[in-house]
Design a protein around this ligand. Sequence first.
Ligand code: TYD
Length: 208
Amino acid sequence: MAAGRFITFEGGEGTGKSTQVRRLAARLAAAGREVVVTREPGGTPLGEAIRTLILSSRPAVEAEFLLFAAARAEHVDKLIRPALAAGRWVVCDRYSDSTRVYQGVLAGVDRTLIDVVEAATSRAAVPDLTVVLDLPVATGLGRATRRGDLNRYDAESVGYHERIRQGFLDIARADSGRCVVVDGGASEDTVAEAIWSALGARLGVGAS
Ligand code: TYD
């Protein structure tokens, strides 16, 4: 059986990741792919428990980094790798680029440490495609505030969110073979089309 494909979505708050993850998964399923939708932190019972722990408390920077890493190790082992091996397409809301931006760029966790831990936790589960949804910070925060779902990361200053945006753009620039930047400010349909055509161009998914 052909191995599946691994697609991750990254970006700041209010960029529309969750909506576009759902839309892409539906379109892939309609095109005949077996699709698994998941998220980080989360995706497994242990991962979801760690998610609750992280988002409801303020762990020390290193503790938080290791908790995200533990959730990822479990996720890769129990869900992502088995799904890919079974030929499924895994669509994941956030993955290791979020660690590089939030724990690396923002919290200052050492980059070498991040590299070493990432190699151990992701165990070669490198995304085939990473969609970076990009949006001016004011637009993203406005959307999230209207939705009333700012978590404790989201309630930070505008400068903090600018660094998040820039962090993802820097990763996308440095790893342009894996990443595609999509303008999240367009209409939901336009963004979905842009993502679908990126999949066609990068992964050869046929039109449907
Ligand atoms: P979530 O409510 O899912 O945020 P969003 O809707 O913006 O995706 O909360 C996940 C938070 O965890 C988000 O603010 C980013 C953060 N995070 C990290 O700091 N490091 C990581 O490795 C991951 C996966 C997420």
